[in-house]
Design a protein around this ligand. Structure first.
Ligand code: 4AD
Ligand code: MG
Length: 433
């Protein structure tokens, strides 16, 4: 009696022995016929494999079921593993049994339809089955998984924070108001203030959760809902904070390069682990260099997109831009004692035009200094009640940062637009599917 076929996931087919009888379950990614041969590419969550059937050799009922299977139908296949140099990656299954588990109607994403990016995002619930999106999501998952491992190893505690909040962390212009039992509250822009509160007991904290920004600009790097990795350390200065960021990013890239070579290849990406420490360039140096290339901006303004792009294009590896003017930063930033207009902060910038990945800085720890800052920026002190209160009960020097998961994924995957780094992106013009 023949032994029952081994149930494998597709990736395992490539490490099993020729002659093995195996069962796979997945979806029909492609199908073609040539004379008395039928070929199909079956996809599951681990990869793709070719299956083939031949009139006269394949049992007739299996042949008929394969013949009837439409693109994207869910199927179960029993077959014999064969080496075949003509098959992708040199392997295929000779079909013995073929069953349609759930038939697909005519697949709407034709080559012509796929030429429209808008259409692809209109049917994102279907178009996410593509090789590119699959590879991107595996890399994204690796980015997040590496981050969990990194912070655990460094002794950081993972915390959570509310999404309904009352304070603007990053300024009022990008707040999303929400009606909350007759009161106006907002969706959280950043969990930073909650991390600062958690420091006094946990000392080193990090968080991974969605952030919301009412971004009115349509750019290739802004979503209205995105995932942020944030970390905050007590008894730490901005130099410690930058070390933490560069080591984290290098760790993430190493993990992706080691664990996702297949996906990087599918995306045509060749990424090297960046050496640490990353280069540090000051805001003033950026201003000078940009001016030399014809992009001028006033001291005190935030670095304009085209200047950041110039700098990013000129680098092979991620780097920091440090020492931003206070006028270009949020109110909570600490400044240098001898340069009251300059903050101890930095942006982490990806090379090759991808731009900002993270922003971080040292926070004001003193109650009086923070109160003075709030007043001098004409902010309402009552809006920052508990945030100020933290400074009355033992607040040491501390620093932290926020890194956008989709920004990092976009860079690693080389995506034109950040929306590709989100399974179901949210932008100013898209809240569906
Ligand atoms: O630079 P941001 O605004 O900094 C903060 O929110 C700080 N409070 C973080 C902290 O220090 N704890 O946002 C941090 C990062 C950016 O560098 C970027 O990677 C990402 O979050 N980000 C966005 N990603 C996608 N779409 C948007 N609209 C984003 N806004 C920020
Ligand atoms: Mg920023």
């Amino acid at each position: 009696m023949e032994s029952a076929p081994k149930r494998l996931r597709i990736k395992q087919v490539f490490s099993s022995d020729p002659g093995d009888s195996v069962e796979i379950k997945g979806w029909v990614a492609n199908k073609s016929s040539m004379g008395n041969l039928i070929f199909a590419t079956i996809r599951d969550g681990t990869g793709y494999v070719q299956v083939s059937a031949k009139k006269g050799t394949t049992p007739p009922d299996a042949m008929a079921a394969l013949d009837s299977a439409t693109k994207e139908s869910a199927v179960a296949v029993v077959g014999v593993v064969r080496n075949d140099a003509r098959a992708p990656d040199g392997r295929e299954l000779s079909v013995r049994e073929f069953r349609v588990v759930s038939a697909a109607e005519v697949w709407p994403i034709t080559k012509t339809a796929a030429a429209s990016a808008t259409y692809l995002y209109d049917v994102r619930h279907l178009s996410i089955r593509s090789r590119r999106t699959t590879a991107t999501m595996k890399i994204r998952s690796e980015v997040v998984g590496a981050t969990f491992d990194y912070f655990r190893e460094k002794g950081f505690t993972l915390i959570s924070a509310p999404s309904f909040v009352q304070a603007a962390v990053e300024g009022g212009s990008t707040l999303f108001p929400v009606e909350y039992f007759g009161k106006k509250v907002y969706l959280s822009q950043s969990a930073q203030f909650y991390e600062e509160a958690a420091l006094a007991s946990l000392e080193k904290v990090w968080i991974y959760q969605p952030a919301f920004r009412a971004e009115k600009s349509r750019t290739a790097k802004h979503l209205t809902e995105f995932w942020m990795i944030e970390a905050e350390q007590a008894f730490a200065e901005q130099s410690d904070n930058m070390k933490l960021q560069e080591n984290l990013l290098a760790f993430i890239v190493k993990r992706v390069v080691e664990n996702r070579p297949y996906e990087l290849r599918a995306l045509g990406r060749d990424i090297a682990v960046p050496p640490v420490p990353f280069e540090r360039v000051t805001y003033d140096e950026v201003r000078d260099q940009a001016a030399k290339q014809g992009v001028s901006f006033e001291w005190g303004e935030d670095i304009p997109t085209d200047a950041e792009k110039l700098m990013s294009m000129a680098h092979q590896n991620p780097f920091f831009i440090t020492d931003y003017p206070l006028s270009a930063r949020s109110f909570y930033h600490m400044t240098y004692p001898d340069r009251p207009g300059v903050t101890r902060s930095a942006d982490l910038i990806a090379p090759a035009g991808f731009g900002e990945l993270a922003t971080g800085g040292q926070r004001i720890a003193s109650y009086d200094v923070l109160m003075e800052r709030i007043r001098s920026q004409s902010l309402p002190p009552e809006a920052f009640g508990w945030y100020l209160d933290l400074r009355r009960y033992g607040m040491p020097e501390h620093a932290g940062f926020g890194m956008g998961v989709e920004r990092v994924t976009r860079w690693l995957c080389g995506l034109k637009h950040i929306r590709g780094a989100s399974l179901f992106p949210r932008t100013m013009t898209r809240v569906s599917p």
